[in-house]
Each structure stands twice: as structure tokens, then as C-alpha cells.
Design a protein around this ligand. Structure first.
Ligand SMILES: C[S@@+](CC[C@H](N)C(=O)[O-])C[C@H]1O[C@@H](n2cnc3c(N)ncnc32)[C@H](O)[C@@H]1O
Length: 413
């Protein structure tokens, strides 16, 4: 047993060293410094080596962090309410027409009901399994549950979870290697955007925009300041400053420059349906508050959070909060409508989390377990307010989702 553990540790250390060597080679090839988003890309997603692809447990109690679908099945059951509303609306709109997609998976083989589910970054598959189980119990069941997962390791774990939890529905699940050309239905991204590589900046003494890059430092890495920020970063920071944000010398934060292209790609793909993004973040004016002058970059390992991205490379998760105003703007630019924006607590309450707990009334132990999970999902001091939900839709005829009916915070964007 001890030997197996030693071997696992040695294997991890070898992967970590190989990843460090890879990053050092890139830094050297780039002339001594690397933009932070490229560093984060490699640390998280370098083939075979990055945090999300190298085989460690990552999510769940035995991993580094726990996400809402892992905390309680109530999260998926609430999202099932939103899915039901969207799928029913689309099916209703399509009734009378033949309602079929033109090979939305881009793979030619899978028939479609015209309204499906697509989960981006499905983690352990816990959300997919519970969501499918819930939709199977009460309908409507999407004909297909598509998953786009860049990590082969997590995709394998998702398959195992689904095979164990909902074997009769496994045939409906399909793993994609790229977005479909066209998709009608509901797209879910829970804690995906926070795992997207970001660029970091600092405001210099003379008010100039500096890019915080990565340089080698002994055997490891450290921040280094570049006086010539990339044009895209420069432009994004100047746009913040035009709104009176991120102006003080020394102010340091990060920007997700990949968010807009990501949203645009989803906007091009979405025919009729909803993109539901759940993540930690704020409207722009709150994300770039003067007091938040060190940004929100955070690293997670073994359920501990710390701020040094250069520690335990490849063995810790790196994340940053979402700018929900940027997401709304990118969605609108992509021809989508903001269907709602609220806190996770409001969303889950709107979906009827209390009634879902009450369904377990006959089983006191199950009821207790659900109540404990609900506390974590809802309390403002835990996930209730830090996590927020945004819906971006197209062609849903002003459908008001129950999740957004309690309190819409779109005016804060
Ligand atoms: C923090 S985990 C969240 C997993 C899961 N959604 C959950 O809530 O448990 C981030 C997930 O997003 C995936 N991911 C990262 N970038 C992605 C992208 N551009 N498209 C789809 N998935 C992505 C990762 O591989 C990982 O599965």
C-alpha cells in the first residue's frame, strides 16, 4: 500500500517537473517572459501534464475542491426545472414543424429531438447524471445529452458516473470534441469560465498599463512586469478606466480576454435556446472595486485556497472571478438576449428548492442531508451570493424562467 502511494507521489512529481520544463522552454522561446494566460493554459491544460488533464482526482471530497453538483443533488434538480421550462418551450415552438436539427453534433450519426442539452466542462458527471435522472422521472427527457470536455481524464470519469448512475440513459450521452455547428436547447456551464485562462495587469506609477507576465526564477517562476501590454489587454484596461475603474497606480487585477470569443462561438451555435452560466463573479463595477486591488486569482489544492500560482504547478487549480457585465455584453454582441441575472440563492429558490427538499419529508435522514446541502448552496456566507447565474437566450419568446423570477439583478450589470 505504502509502495503504491510512493509510486503515485513519484509519478505526480515527475509530471510536475515535466510541466515546469515545458513552461520554462516556452518562456525561453518567447524571449524570457510569457503572458499569464499562456502560463495558466499550460498549468491547467497542457496535454498529459496540466492540472485538468493529468489524472489527479481534482473534484470531490477526495480531490481539491467541491462544486455545487457534488455538494447536493438539489442543485441538479433545480437546474432540471429550468431545463424543463426551456425544452418544453422549444418543443412547443417546434411543434407543427419537423423540428429536427441538421446534424448538430457534426458527427452525422445521432438523431435529434430538436431540443437537447449540452454541458460544457462536466467535471465528474455528477450534474449530468442527476439532471438526466430528474428529467427522466418527470420529463421531458432530451433526446441527447452532449458533453464538451477538454480533459480526457474527466471525460472518462463522466462516462463512469453516468454508466453507474443512469445506465439506461447512457446511450443518450455523447462526448464532442468541438462545438456543434448548430444547437437548439439548453447549454450549461457551471464553474467553467472561472477555469479559463486570464491575462493579468497592473497600473504603473505614471498610470500606464503594465502586463503581469511570468518569468523563470531559480527552479520556479515569478511575476515580471512588461511595460508593453498586449494591444488587446491595453484596450480592455483602458475601457475599464473609461468607466472610472482600475485607475490607481499599483492596482492589479486580471481580465478574461477569451470570454468574448467563447460567447461568440456559443452565440453562433445557438439556434433556439438558452446558455446558462453559473459561476463566482460580479458585475464589472464590483469586480474592479478600488479595494479589490489584488484581483481575484486564486489557487485550490486539497480544499485549501491560496494566492501563489507558481506553487505546486500542475497540482493545483487556478481560477479567477467572472466579469458578468462582460459576459452580458459579449452575449448581446453575439445576438443573444440577457434572459436573467441573479444570485445562485435566488435562482435555486425560484426553481423551488424548498419544494424539492419537502419531497423527501417521509425520510428524515434524507431530509437532513438535503437541508445541509441546501444551506451550503443558499447561504450568503457560503455559495448563495458569491455564485451568480446568467441566462443568455435566443428565440424563446420572452420566456421568464422561474429561476429568474425571484429577483433579477440585470440592472446592476
Ligand atoms: C471547475 S471544473 C467544473 C466542473 C463541473 N462543471 C462542476 O461543476 O463540477 C471546470 C471544468 O471546465 C472544463 N473546461 C475548461 N475549459 C473549458 C472549455 N473551454 N470548454 C468546456 N469545458 C472547459 C474543465 O475541464 C473542467 O471539467
Amino acid at each position: 500500500m505504502a509502495n503504491a502511494e510512493d509510486n503515485a507521489i513519484q509519478h505526480q512529481q515527475a509530471l510536475k517537473q515535466a510541466l515546469i520544463d515545458l513552461i520554462r522552454t516556452e518562456i525561453s522561446a518567447a524571449g524570457g517572459q510569457l503572458a499569464f494566460d499562456r502560463f495558466m493554459d499550460l498549468a491547467l491544460y497542457a496535454p498529459g501534464l496540466g492540472y485538468y488533464v493529468a489524472g489527479a482526482a481534482k473534484l470531490g471530497p477526495e480531490g481539491d475542491f467541491v462544486t455545487a453538483p457534488e455538494i447536493s443533488p438539489l442543485f441538479a434538480r433545480c437546474l432540471a426545472v429550468a431545463c424543463r421550462e426551456v425544452l418544453s418551450q422549444i418543443k412547443q415552438q417546434h411543434s407543427g414543424s419537423n423540428g429536427s436539427n441538421n446534424d448538430p453534433a457534426g458527427k452525422g450519426a445521432v438523431p435529434s429531438s430538436g431540443a437537447d442539452l449540452l454541458e460544457l466542462g462536466a467535471g465528474t458527471g455528477a450534474l449530468a447524471a442527476e439532471l438526466l435522472a430528474s428529467l427522466a422521472a418527470q420529463g421531458p427527457l432530451p433526446e441527447r445529452y452532449l458533453i464538451l470536455e477538454p480533459s480526457p481524464d474527466l471525460a472518462a470519469r463522466q462516462r463512469q458516473t453516468l454508466a453507474r448512475r443512469v445506465p439506461e440513459l447512457l446511450a443518450r450521452c455523447h462526448w464532442l470534441d468541438r462545438l456543434p455547428d448548430r444547437f437548439d436547447g439548453i447549454v450549461i456551464a457551471n464553474e467553467v469560465l472561472d477555469a479559463m485562462p486570464v491575462n493579468r495587469f497592473q497600473i504603473g506609477g505614471a498610470g500606464q498599463v503594465q502586463e503581469v507576465c511570468v518569468a523563470t526564477d531559480g527552479q520556479g517562476f515569478s511575476d515580471c512586469l512588461s511595460e508593453s501590454a498586449s494591444p488587446a489587454l491595453q484596450q480592455a484596461v483602458l475601457a475599464l478606466q473609461a468607466d472610472g475603474l482600475a485607475t490607481q497606480p499599483g492596482y492589479c487585477s486580471e481580465i478574461n480576454l477569451r470570454l468574448a470569443p467563447w460567447t461568440q462561438a456559443l452565440g453562433r451555435m445557438l439556434g433556439t435556446g438558452l446558455l446558462l452560466v453559473i459561476d463566482y463573479g460580479y458585475p464589472r463595477t464590483e469586480l474592479y472595486l478600488a479595494e479589490r486591488n489584488q484581483g481575484t486569482l486564486m489557487c485550490h489544492s486539497r480544499h485549501q485556497a491560496q494566492g501563489d500560482p507558481y506553487r505546486d504547478i500542475g497540482l493545483q487549480d487556478l481560477t479567477a472571478h467572472i466579469d458578468f457585465s462582460a459576459l452580458a455584453e459579449a452575449g448581446i454582441a453575439a445576438g443573444l438576449t440577457v434572459a436573467g441575472y441573479t444570485t445562485q440563492a435566488n435562482f435555486l429558490i425560484g426553481c423551488g428548492i424548498d419544494a424539492l427538499i419537502a419531497e423527501a419529508a417521509a425520510d428524515p435522514m434524507a431530509m437532513l442531508e438535503l437541508t445541509a446541502g441546501a444551506k451550503q448552496l443558499l447561504l450568503p456566507s457560503l455559495m448563495g451570493e458569491r455564485f451568480q447565474v446568467m441566462g443568455l437566450s435566443r428565440g424563446l419568446n420572452d420566456l421568464l424562467l422561474s429561476g429568474f423570477s425571484v429577483r433579477d439583478l440585470s440592472a446592476r450589470l
